[in-house]
Structures are given as structure tokens and as C-alpha cells.
Design a binder for this molecule. Structure first.
Ligand code: SAH
Length: 390
């Protein structure tokens, strides 16, 4: 097997099970190609771990095992998947939910790969060419371990050409209608990088429905397929969804429709968020709950937006159209934007605006998005619920 010797002083990090191999930690190595297995060793030639080469923006590859004799084959992946399946027992049995993440990369012991369960249709996402080279073993192991109707895949490593395809089982018809906390959502596995629903927000959606929707007006910014709007409307909220993308209108109407909500009773704007703020102010529109869940970076004709630099603007403007006693649900999935930094932005913005407020809740990833304490960026989701008193 190929060998990579670490720089002196870097072994501690990997002995402590840091799962991602970072190029700058390597002193010298054999020539490493995508999909190669290699061992990392200390500068004193002590074995630390067996890894594979799978370049992502994050690093060179991921640890597979801490046992030098472990064979990386179907059996290896079966053991990994069996553990993953057992920790999802709750979701397999939950009433009113049939979609969840089944295998969450490094959180489940192997980075570079995720598997989602959409009412029995399993979606594999391959994040590097390297992990894709283990495809045969992985699919064999999945067949042996997970119950499924079909297996579907998406390659995430060819940046401009995300490829999706049916692998085996019953060929799915899109949209697949999934259920989550007794609410229905359409899912398209064949449509670019996204599927129509972000499963990591399931608990945030539920909290929105249970505590911030009844008898309220709810504004959903960066609404995509209107998942937050849909669940809020099931509790009687009067919702407004805003997204720049044209396709969002129809997808949002369809999600209302499959939940028995007449889309004409709800408002949908295909508009830039900042333009919408101006529009709402001009018209005197006000909301009781405002959900802000932007992409980490966004670009439109006029400007670029980065959550780490510009989140405060979203909050400032939202305050101008929030009813007294209203709640902001502030979300970011940027892995390098820490919860502390995000909270500091929220607090300093609210202090500058001179409002009194209360943080009701801080939420992160649900249990199916399993994370590892050895790799902090895996806890990427941060959602802060703030009620503005006056
Ligand atoms: N909150 C959504 C997911 C948002 S995905 C959910 O829970 O399902 C990000 C969305 O932001 C995309 O649909 C994209 O079209 C939209 N978007 C990007 N820039 C935007 C802008 N400037 N104004 C409004 N929407 C924008």
C-alpha cells in the first residue's frame, strides 16, 4: 500500500482521529491518485490510519480505518452501513416521517459520501472521484444492509456537470412525494445539486409549525420550494414566499397542493430578497414570523452577498417589516461561520438597532445528520430563533 509520512508534530491530530487528510500535513508520500488507498505514518514511521485519496475542496482524502490489516471491500462497507442503519432505527419507525439521512459522511465514519432515504428511494451523493472508485463495493453493501425500493446516485465532483442517475431497483418516478412530520413534500432526484427539500432542516420546520405559525403571517425569504411556507400553512399561517429563481413559484405551489392548501390563498414572489424588503416597506406589509435561510454566497445582477459579511443587512431590513412581538428565524449552513460568530452578528445588529429581544432557541443538525466531535465543520447548521420584544 502507498505511504504518506506526516510532518513532525502533526501526528497527534491524526492519532486523535481527525478524519480529513490535509495536504499541508504531509511531509512526503508516494504518488497519490484518486481512489488510491494509502497509510499515514508518523515521522518515526508508526502506522496511524488507512485512508483513500478523494480530493474535495476540504482536503486530500479521508480516513477509512485505524486497523492496518483491514481490507477495504464490501465487507468493510457493510459493517459501516450496519452501524449507520442501527442509529436510524428511530427514523425507520417514526410515524409521519419517511425521509431522512441514512449515512452522513465522516459523521458515520467515512467522509466523501452521503446516503439519503426518500420513502425507500436511496440517493447516494459522491463527493470525489476517489470515493466513486469504491462504487461497486458500496452498492453491494447497500443492497445487503438497507431496505430500499431503488438506489439513485448523484456525482458532486464534476463541478459544472452534476450527473444523476438510477442505479437499480424500481425506477423512481419524479416527483417522489415524501412525508416528514406529517407534511408532504415533492422530491426530484434528477434535478441538479438540490432535491427539493433540505432534510437537515426538519426540526426547524417542525418548530416553526408548532410554535410560530398559528394565527401568524409568515415571511419565508430564500424560499426555494417553499418547504417552510408549506409546513407553516398547514397550521393556518398566511405565508409569503420570496425567491429569485423562477422555478420556485411552481414548486412552491405544488408543495402547497399536496398538503391540501390552495396556493391562491398564499403569496409567492419571484424577487430578490433585498428588492422584496423595499417593496414590502413601500406597501406597509408586516409579518409575525420571518424565516431567513440564505445560501452562503449569492449573486444577482446587482451585487454579491456573502453570509459571513452581509448577514446583518438581512436582519436590519427584516426588523423594519416585523410586527411587534414577532420572531426572526435566522439560519446559516456555512460550515466556516461558527455559531459564536453568527450569534455575535445577531446580537450586535440587534443592539445597534436598539431593540429588546429574547433568544428563544438555538438549533443545529438533527440526529440523522450524524456528526463527529473530531471534525468541527461537520456541525454546519446553525439556526437562531429570536423574538423581538419591542
Ligand atoms: N430556505 C430554503 C432553501 C434555500 S436554497 C429551504 O429551506 O428549502 C437557496 C435559495 O435562495 C435558492 O432557491 C435561490 O434561488 C435563492 N436565492 C439566491 N439568491 C437570492 C436572492 N438574492 N434573493 C432571493 N432568493 C435568492
Amino acid at each position: 500500500m502507498k505511504i504518506a509520512i506526516l510532518n513532525k508534530g502533526k501526528e497527534g491530530k491524526y492519532f486523535n482521529q481527525y478524519p480529513l487528510i490535509e495536504e499541508e500535513d504531509i511531509f512526503k508520500s508516494d504518488r497519490l491518485e484518486e481512489g488510491d488507498l494509502f497509510q499515514i505514518k508518523s515521522s518515526t514511521n508508526i502506522y496511524i490510519a488507512t485512508c483513500y485519496v478523494g480530493r474535495q475542496h476540504k482536503g486530500l482524502g479521508w480516513v477509512l480505518s485505524y486497523n492496518a490489516n483491514e481490507k477495504i471491500d464490501t465487507h468493510y462497507f457493510k459493517a459501516l452501513f450496519e452501524t449507520a442503519r442501527e442509529t436510524r432505527n428511530y427514523y425507520y419507525q417514526a410515524d409521519g416521517t419517511n425521509a431522512f439521512r441514512l449515512f452522513n459522511g465522516e459523521g458515520d465514519g467515512l467522509g466523501g459520501l452521503t446516503i439519503d432515504h426518500y420513502d425507500g428511494h436511496l440517493l447516494i451523493q459522491w463527493y470525489s472521484e476517489g470515493i466513486y472508485q469504491f462504487r461497486k463495493y458500496i452498492i453491494e453493501a447497500m443492497q445487503a444492509v438497507f431496505p430500499f425500493k431503488s438506489i439513485y446516485e448523484k456525482t458532486r465532483f464534476k463541478h459544472n456537470a452534476i450527473q444523476s442517475g438510477w442505479v437499480l431497483g424500481e425506477q423512481p418516478q419524479f416527483p417522489i412525494v415524501i412525508e416528514e412530520n406529517f407534511t408532504f413534500y415533492n422530491v426530484h432526484l434528477d434535478d441538479g445539486p438540490m432535491t427539493g427539500i433540505f432534510l437537515d432542516q426538519k426540526e426547524v420546520r417542525k418548530k416553526l409549525r408548532d410554535y410560530y405559525s398559528e394565527n401568524r403571517t409568515v415571511l419565508n425569504l430564500f424560499s426555494y420550494t417553499g418547504a417552510f411556507s408549506t409546513i407553516a400553512a398547514t397550521k393556518g399561517a398566511k405565508t409569503t414566499s420570496v425567491d429569485l429563481a423562477n422555478r420556485s413559484r411552481q414548486l412552491t405551489e405544488e408543495n402547497f397542493g399536496i398538503n391540501g392548501i390552495d396556493p391562491t390563498t398564499q403569496s409567492i414572489y419571484v424577487m430578490d430578497t433585498f428588492d422584496f424588503y423595499k417593496y414590502a416597506m413601500r406597501h406597509g406589509y408586516r409579518y409575525d414570523t420571518i424565516v431567513i435561510d440564505p445560501p452562503s454566497f449569492a449573486r444577482n445582477k446587482k451585487k454579491t452577498f456573502s453570509v459571513t459579511k452581509d448577514y446583518h443587512q438581512l436582519i436590519q431590513q427584516a426588523l423594519r417589516i416585523l410586527n411587534p412581538g414577532g420572531t426572526l428565524i435566522l439560519s446559516t449552513n456555512h460550515s466556516m461561520y461558527t455559531l459564536n460568530a453568527f450569534k455575535n452578528t445577531i446580537k450586535s445588529t440587534l443592539a445597534n438597532e436598539g431593540v429588546t429581544y429574547q433568544i428563544d432557541e438555538v438549533m443545529g443538525l438533527p440526529k440523522d445528520f450524524k456528526t463527529t466531535s473530531h471534525y468541527k465543520p461537520s456541525k454546519y447548521l446553525k439556526v437562531v430563533f429570536v423574538t423581538i420584544e419591542h
